[in-house]
Design a protein around this ligand. Structure first.
Ligand code: UDP
Length: 236
């Protein structure tokens, strides 16, 4: 039995980098593709949004005097590079996929068309949404929230390197405690950095549940989707 049927999984660009902290690790790609394959086999519909932080992050470049819009466009193109890598890893496992880009690039990806995306999902294809929202000043977390709402996903899952949402940064504070569930309101008032404010607000206003979980623990994704308690559930 599936707890969630239509799922939007958000992976950060950094998660693809593996130990190196930059670039794309073939081993990480293969691991994630395997996790996704397992969940697909359970009968779930899966859409993916992938970040670009392992290649380029607009805000960091803007801090070094680059024009912010120009830098963000580079960031969005970085997400397409990651999306292509992930698409390749999935297809090598025999999974049918479609890459849809928020920025038109017809030779590389389909344009994002909501109805078509839903149709792909219904046919069992994994849909990868590339180029974020297509707009500067946004993040791929916001793109993930937006797409999840548009495709009427049952849940948005943020796959991270940590186990869930903590009361302080677990990579800095060893005494940090993890929540098993927490409301959007508490995430906002406690200023917990789960996703950026725009992304959180979108989820909250549209009553979309969010789960933050560790994507680097084997079978975590399928355990969550089949109803086991994994990570932190952020709810209304
Ligand atoms: N970006 C953007 N608009 C979007 C999504 C992303 O301009 O809708 C740019 C932005 O510069 C961002 C970069 O793409 O820094 C990479 O995305 P993000 O930082 O969200 O990736 P992640 O942190 O998940 O790896």
């Amino acid at each position: 039995m599936l707890k969630y049927r239509r799922i939007l999984l958000k992976l950060s660009g950094e998660s693809l980098a593996g130990e190196d902290g930059y670039g794309i690790s073939p081993a990480m790609l293969d691991r994630y593709a395997e996790e996704i394959r397992q969940v697909l086999e359970l009968g779930a519909e899966i859409a993916l949004v992938i970040g670009g932080g392992n290649i380029f992050r607009g805000m960091s470049a803007a801090a070094e005097n680059m024009d912010r819009v120009q830098a963000d466009q580079m960031g969005m193109l970085a997400t397409v590079i990651n999306a292509l890598a992930l698409q390749d890893a999935l297809e090598r496992k025999g999974i049918f996929t479609r890459l849809m880009s928020a920025i038109k690039m017809e030779q590389v990806a389909e344009p994002f068309i909501r109805r078509r995306a839903i149709r792909h999902l219904e046919k069992g294809r994994v849909v990868i949404f590339g180029a974020g929202t297509g707009n500067p000043y946004f993040t791929t977390d916001t793109a993930a929230s937006l797409r999840a709402i548009e495709i009427e996903a049952d849940v948005i899952i943020k796959g991270t390197r940590v186990d869930g949402v903590y009361d302080s940064d677990p990579e800095k504070n060893p005494a940090a405690e993890m929540y098993s569930n927490i409301s959007y309101q508490d995430v906002l008032t406690k200023n917990l950095r789960v996703m950026d404010l725009t992304a959180i607000t979108l989820c909250r206003e549209n009553l979309l549940p969010l789960v933050v979980m560790n994507m680097n623990i084997e079978n975590n994704f399928s355990r969550l989707v089949t109803g086991e308690t994994v990570g932190t559930l952020v709810h209304r």
